[in-house]
Design a protein around this ligand. Structure first.
Ligand SMILES: *[C@@H]1O[C@H](CO)[C@@H](O)[C@H](O)[C@H]1NC(C)=O
Ligand SMILES: *[C@@H]1O[C@H](CO)[C@@H](O)[C@H](O)[C@H]1NC(C)=O
Ligand SMILES: *[C@@H]1O[C@H](CO)[C@@H](O)[C@H](O)[C@H]1NC(C)=O
Length: 401
């Protein structure tokens, strides 16, 4: 192989790795919560001194959030709401907090069904397993966990403040910023907006996720196992030497090149959607990138076929290679889970994997037949290239001897 090309590939990947580590350093931690809560992302809402911090858990479709509303006194009420079925105030599923007559901050839920609401305490249309609030430095903070309505992460949101007189929450102002405090929030992309309609960003994000999925499924998930099949089953044919090597190397390096591109799109997705964490998928992705890069280095540092360390190199190369393939397939499935809803892609990939598996089993059987037959017809055949391949043919040769 062209060593210069490989060296530049390796360099390119190291640059990506650096970009990756820096883009994961988020700045959402600039606000220190007194309770030391840490959220994956935060957004400042366009009006009313308000901030939304949250961590979205794709596994159980819940979101842990903190809503901060600054510049208020302890005789204020604040509220933040999702409006799953509509926009604006009617239909809003509110989290409310105020300082009650016993001087404690009381936090509760209140669904709004009409404009003449007194923000009465009642359950919301989705479950809120946890809610609490505190008042510090002219800032009211509501902490809550929401079990989001299924099948969506993008909602209209609305937030508000008003005065409390006695135990009664007074109507909020009907002018200025109090009439502009509506927008959307997407707990997955991390986007909030002041105006309704985050549809465009959501669809472009979906497109990028699809590109990420296709690049990685094809490179790590299909080309890599194919390259391994070339190496393992072609080298038994003497006439395929050294063609199998070039096929294998070409297949794996192009898989690696496309894979690094796919990996890069994953990093971009990860850094653009700070609010979600696909921890397993991400960690396997990083591991794969490191192991894949190691394999490329291994190709550059490969000892000569008759070198005494070549046998160790071979063991190392095979172990890393099979680990990469197994992890790749696992991670492609992790990716499908993250994309939940794209059942057809998953089915198509399962089909491809079954196909590759069947081909491998068939070739395994054929290879054994060939080796045994060869052994019978020519007992003295020493497989002159056996050292170079040190793989199937030589191993089977030993085993059948
Ligand atoms: C990041 O946080 C620091 C405070 O820790 C703040 O001063 C700075 O403006 C923030 N940067 C951005 C880009 O928000
Ligand atoms: C949701 O899952 C996360 C971990 O993924 C866990 O920390 C959290 O407690 C779960 N929340 C609920 C309400 O089950
Ligand atoms: C005030 O709020 C606290 C905390 O929610 C609650 O325990 C307490 O009963 C409330 N007091 C009154 C008088 O409602």
């Amino acid at each position: 192989m062209d060593n210069k090309l490989l060296t530049s590939l390796v360099l390119f990947s190291s640059i990506l790795l650096t970009l990756f580590t820096s883009s994961y350093a988020q700045n959402c931690s600039s606000h220190q919560f007194r309770s030391n809560n840490v959220f994956a992302t935060c957004n400042s809402l366009p009006v009313l001194n308000s901030f939304l911090h949250w961590t979205y858990h794709p596994d159980n479709h819940t979101v842990d959030l903190a809503y901060r509303h600054g510049g208020v006194t302890d005789s204020a009420w604040v509220a933040w709401a999702l409006n799953p079925g509509s926009s604006g105030m009617v239909g809003a599923q509110c989290l409310v907090a105020f300082s009650n007559s016993s001087g404690q901050i009381h936090a509760y839920t209140s669904p709004i069904s009409s404009y003449s609401t007194g923000l009465m305490e009642a359950p919301l249309s989705f479950r809120v397993p946890r809610i609490s609030a505190e008042f510090i430095n002219s800032e009211m903070i509501i902490f809550a966990t929401l079990e989001l309505p299924s099948g969506r992460t993008n909602f209209n949101q609305v937030w508000q403040n008003g005065q409390v007189s006695g135990q009664a929450l007074q109507v909020h102002q009907r002018t200025g910023d109090n009439m502009r405090s509506v927008g959307t929030v997407d707990f997955v992309s991390g986007q909030t907006s002041g105006a309704t309609g985050g549809g465009i960003s959501a669809s472009s994000r979906q497109r990028r996720r699809n590109v990420h999925g296709v690049l990685n499924a094809v490179s790590w998930g299909v080309l890599m196992p194919m390259g391994a099949i070339f190496a393992r089953y072609l080298k038994v044919f003497k006439s395929a030497n050294p063609a199998w090597f070039y096929l294998h190397a070409a297949c794996q390096t192009s898989a690696y090149a496309v894979g690094v591109a796919g990996w890069g799109t994953g990093l971009k997705l990860g850094s653009d959607s700070a609010g979600i964490k696909y921890t397993t998928h991400r960690n396997i992705g990083i591991t794969l990138f490191c192991l894949g890069t190691l394999q490329v280095f291994a190709l550059l540092l490969r000892p000569k076929p008759d070198h005494k360390y070549r046998v160790y190199w071979n063991i190392y190369h095979h172990v890393t290679g099979y680990t990469v393939i197994i992890l790749s397939i696992i991670n492609v499935f992790e990716g499908f889970d993250a994309l939940n809803g794209q059942k057809n892609w998953k089915r198509a990939y399962i089909g491809v994997i079954i196909c590759l598996g069947a081909i491998a089993v068939l070739l395994e059987a054929i290879t054994w037949l060939i080796v045994i037959k060869r052994k019978k017809t020519s007992v003295s055949d020493k497989y002159p290239h056996g050292n170079e391949i040190n793989g199937y043919a030589s191993r089977s040769h030993e085993q059948t001897a």
